[in-house]
Design a protein around this ligand. Structure first.
Ligand code: C2E
Ligand code: CA
Ligand code: CA
Length: 707
């Protein structure tokens, strides 16, 4: 750092004296010499300059040296400026004393001895330069403190603020002078939920600093009492300084905290609904279960899924779908308490975590949600109805872990949906076993379908009038070996297949084998006329790709279309009547026949008969098996027969097991009979053996006589 020259003022009324003195001082480095010829001139120079030394002549006209010295040393700005008086050669003790009294710190008698003058002046110059160096350093340090942009305070050992820079005053919204002498605890409050609340925050910091040398924490500034204003403090003290002051540096971290909070929110919450996302929900569930382990409390989990949301999304558009999800989230928040956590796990899947809530109370909450969501939503001026199914599971004392609890709630949800939707279902342990069994079946089915190992059996149908077999119903069969211990009934595995895409594969494979059989029979004159009935699942009928699949299979085989009969149940049509009507009409237009299966077991079989062009109805076995025992059933069957005849619809009686049943059905006007009485479903070899030419023309069964 370049040293600024020290200013020296020579005051003498004689020009020649001033010149001589200036000359004498020449050997001294880094000085700047000023001259004044009078007291007035001196005072004038003092206005703009600060001198390292004033060499002041005593004898001057006007104001003499004493008066000038007195004036200088009485001013605040110059009272420390050293004055050396230049006295006459005959100076008396009195005049020397007078010089000191008027403020001089030394004197030199004329004529002046150059060495003495040089030495003296040099000393004052050195002193001045040291002082200005110190001041420059101090100013620099202060500048650093100010520009650091951080509040800096120095605390005494008992927490009293001894120094505060201007930034700390700005941050505490006060003046530096008001901070000094107040206590640290008056301004700084800790903000760490993990630590116990400290009444003596300074005491805590002091102990931490003593132990670790430094302490850093996010805190609040208390007078502002504004919890949205965050600061971070770093406190340190001189190591080993038992009573050393503590330096606290602090800065405004509100922007950082806001940004951090934003990022945390983005990472943990679903942007569409502002509910927790899957990851965050799982974390919180995990934490809740750990807490429950300690407290032995219950943690309940609700899994929620909107019924038929996909259709709303597909038909009304994603915008409405999104708004609906938001509206559903609001309703959830409305029903729930602030301490409950709701999350959107994805799509239309929601989850709710209820801590310290028993399963019965959780079920109650779930019922409230179902009720609330079933009320109409108005979105973009459209009234929309949605329903929801909720699975409820509970872990007491954290005994069921996160994965288990999620699985249980999922199983319960699945049960709620299978039971008809718009309802809640509490998880029951038996469901778990059932679910495992289902998962096993589903996996096995996948393998079977992939290996194309599905078997199809055929159950012959007999015409009483023609006295011969007229067709078969294709019934899918679990392979006899290779997949599990024993074959599983289609009544069990078809509903499981219907939960996934597998049903379409199964449907296609059965249809293909049936069509192959039909086309093969076209080459056998005695079997040419036989029909094959194939069951269609509700899922197939309602699939947009079904017609394509059907047409491409039909294109592969050659046989009269009327020999193929597709059987559908009421439930397949129930929920999607319009699209079912469309598809069924298209099937009809291909020439394929249609049968209404399980007739009489649904709600409005007659209604469907009227709306859809069925060729055949299959009276369900539950009627057939009662027909010989119950008068009412018999009357019902008779009525169905009459309606069918009137509408030109054929009737097949299913599940005829006994001669008695057969006779009753025949008396009531039944012709086509399917049932164990004639034959169980047979594999293809047995069927071909069974349908011998005689069976096809005339049965060996005794002629039925009517009484
Ligand atoms: P379904 O369509 O009503 O088929 C008739 C069921 O009654 C068959 O059971 C058949 O074996 C049985 N059955 C026939 N005669 C008698 C009898 O005299 N007494 C008794 N007790 N039962 C008799 P199966 O083969 O176990 O099939 C059960 C259900 O599984 C079928 O009922 C059908 O809904 C479904 N299914 C079977 N195969 C297929 C298929 O290929 N596709 C689809 N989607 N469903 C199928
Ligand atoms: Ca059937
Ligand atoms: Ca049936």
């Amino acid at each position: 750092m370049d040293q600024i020259p020290s200013k020296i003022l020579i005051v003498d009324d004689f020009h020649s004296n001033r010149i001589a003195l200036e000359k004498l001082l020449q050997p001294i480095n880094n000085i700047e010499i000023f001259q004044a010829s009078s007291g007035d001139e001196t005072l004038g120079l003092l206005i703009y300059n600060h001198f390292a030394l004033i060499l002041l002549d005593v004898n001057m006209p006007g104001m003499d040296g004493y008066e000038v010295a007195e004036l200088i040393s009485s001013t605040e700005a110059h009272k420390h400026t050293p004055i050396v008086m230049l006295t006459a050669h005959d100076s008396t003790t009195n005049s020397i004393l007078k010089a000191y009294k008027s403020g001089a710190i030394d004197y030199l008698s004329k004529p002046i001895e150059p060495t003495i003058l040089l030495n003296k002046v040099q000393q004052f110059v050195t002193l001045d330069q040291l002082q200005s160096k110190t001041e420059a350093l101090k100013a620099e340090r202060e500048l650093i403190l100010e520009v650091a942009g951080q509040g800096v305070i120095k605390l005494s050992n008992d927490g009293v603020i001894q120094f505060a820079n201007s930034k700390s005053a700005q941050l505490t919204k006060t003046l530096s002078s008001q901070l000094v002498s107040t206590h640290f605890n008056d301004w700084f409050k800790q903000d760490n939920q993990q630590l116990p609340k400290q009444t003596d925050f300074f005491g805590y910091i002091k102990q931490q600093v003593k132990q670790y040398g430094q302490y850093q924490q996010k805190i609040y500034l208390s007078p502002a009492n504004d919890t949205s204003f965050h600061i971070e403090i770093t406190c340190s003290a001189q190591i080993n300084g038992e009573n050393a002051p503590i330096i606290v540096i602090f800065q405004d971290i509100t922007t950082r905290v806001t940004l951090e909070n934003k990022l945390t929110h983005l990472a943990n919450y679903d942007p569409l609904t502002q509910l927790a996302n899957r990851q965050y929900f799982h974390d919180q569930l995990q934490r809740a279960l750990i807490r429950a382990k300690r407290s032995d409390n219950a943690v309940s989990l609700l899994m929620l899924d909107l019924d038929h949301f996909k259709e709303i999304n597909d038909t009304l558009g994603h915008d409405i779908g999104d708004e609906l999800l938001q509206a559903v989230s609001s309703r959830l928040s409305f029903v729930l308490r602030e301490t409950d956590l709701s999350a959107r796990l994805g799509g239309d899947e929601f989850a709710i975590l209820l801590e310290d809530v028993s399963e019965l109370s959780a079920e109650e909450v779930a019922r409230k949600i179902v009720l609330n969501i079933s009320k109409p939503f108005v979105i973009q001026e459209k009234e929309i109805f949605v329903e929801t199914s909720i699975g409820v599971a509970c872990s007491i004392g954290g005994k069921a872990d996160k994965t288990t609890l999620l699985k249980w709630a999922d199983i319960a949800l699945y049960e709620a949906k299978s039971a008809g939707r718009n309802r809640t279902q509490l998880f029951l342990p038996a469901m778990s076993e059932q679910r495992e069994q289902q998962a096993y079946i589903q996996q096995q089915l996948r393998n079977i379908v992939e290996d194309e190992a599905l078997e199809v059996h055929y159950q012959p149908q007999f015409s009483v009038k023609l006295n011969c077999f007229t067709g078969v119903e294709a019934l899918v069969r679990w392979p006899a070996s290779g997949y599990g211990n024993k074959p599983i009934s289609p009544a069990v595995f078809i509903p499981i297949a219907e939960q996934s895409h597998i049903i379409h594969e199964i449907g296609a494979q059965v249809l293909m084998q049936s069509c192959q059989l039909l086309s093969q029979w076209q080459n056998e004159p005695d079997k040419k006329h036989l029909t094959v009935s194939v069951n269609l699942s509700a899922k197939q009928i309602n699939s947009p790709t079904f017609l394509d699949t059907l047409e491409s299979i039909l294109a592969e085989y050659k046989f009269p279309m009327a020999l193929l009969i597709l059987e559908v149940t009421e439930t397949a049509i129930l929920n999607h009547l319009d699209s079912a009507i469309r598809i069924i009409n298209t099937i009809k237009s291909l020439g394929v026949k249609l049968a209404l299966d399980d007739f009489g077991t649904g709600y409005s079989s007659l209604n469907y008969l009227q709306k859809l062009p069925f060729d055949i109805i299959k009276i369900d076995q539950c009627f057939v098996q009662q027909v010989d025992q119950c008068h009412k059933t018999s009357a019902l069957v008779k009525a169905v027969m009459n309606i069918a005849t009137a509408c030109n619809i054929e009737v097949v009686a299913e599940g005829v097991e006994t001669k008695n049943q057969l006779e009753h059905m025949t008396i009531l006007g039944g012709d086509k009979i399917q049932g164990y009485y004639y034959s169980k479903p047979l594999n293809i070899q047995d069927l071909l053996g069974f349908l011998s030419p005689s069976q096809l023309k005339k049965t060996n069964h005794q002629q039925i006589t009517f009484s």
